[in-house]
Design a protein around this ligand. Structure first.
Ligand code: AR6
Length: 178
């Protein structure tokens, strides 16, 4: 197995259950909660999370901010704000890349060995899942090649179909890297 394959893992299930150092939240720029994975994370972490989020003054699209994990098994939550898909001509790919890079930088600074990502922007924000998976895997791979931490990036997919897209994206990248 390649080095990339050893440091990227693909999981199907609910990200709120994962006992990793940090999980990433697909938030909105208010950081005050919402639907989808954001709602699930706020419910599972408990009301203290919203209290801490209120002190953060929101977050720009493409950026990320860290809070504690509260009642989650994860120690930290890294909240990032993905772009709303508007057809692809509004800088969406660059902004989505930035979400992954900024989240990984924050995980690195906080000595996280394992970090789990949902498929940012691919639900309510309608980013095409396949294109988003290629960006997620490519950006994580670039980062992992430069840094020893995080040791492992988990892509937590809500369904098997999405997990398969990630497996294909990893396999394609592996072919290009070897
Ligand atoms: N665990 C893992 N993945 C999940 C979970 C879960 N518990 N729940 C949903 N997903 P979305 P977005 C997947 O809509 O598109 C919120 O209201 C889901 O299948 O949660 O970035 C925010 O406040 C999809 O593949 O996030 C924002 O306003 C992926 O997570 C807005 O939605 C992302 O879907 C953000 O929209």
């Amino acid at each position: 197995m390649s080095t990339l394959g050893q440091r990227i893992s693909i999981h199907t299930g609910d990200i709120t259950r994962l006992a990793v150092d940090a999980i990433v939240n697909a938030a909105n720029s208010s950081l005050l909660g919402g639907r989808g994975v954001d709602g699930a994370i706020h419910r599972a972490a408990g009301p203290e999370l919203e209290f801490e989020c209120r002190m953060l003054n929101g977050c720009k699209v493409g950026d990320a901010k860290l809070t504690k994990g509260y009642r989650l098994p994860a120690r930290y939550i890294i909240h990032t704000v993905g772009p709303v898909w508007q057809g692809g001509g509004k800088g969406e790919a660059g902004l989505l890349t930035s979400c992954y890079r900024r989240s990984l930088e924050i995980a690195h600074i906080h000595d996280c060995r394992t970090v789990a990502f949902p498929a940012i922007s691919t639900g309510i924000y309608r980013y095409p899942k396949n294109e988003a998976a290629v960006i997620a895997v490519g950006t994580a791979s670039d980062f992992l090649q430069q840094k020893a931490l995080p040791e492992t990036v988990v892509f937590c997919c809500f369904d098997d179909e999405t997990a398969e897209l990630y497996r294909c994206a990893v396999a394609d990248l592996d072919k290009r890297l070897t």
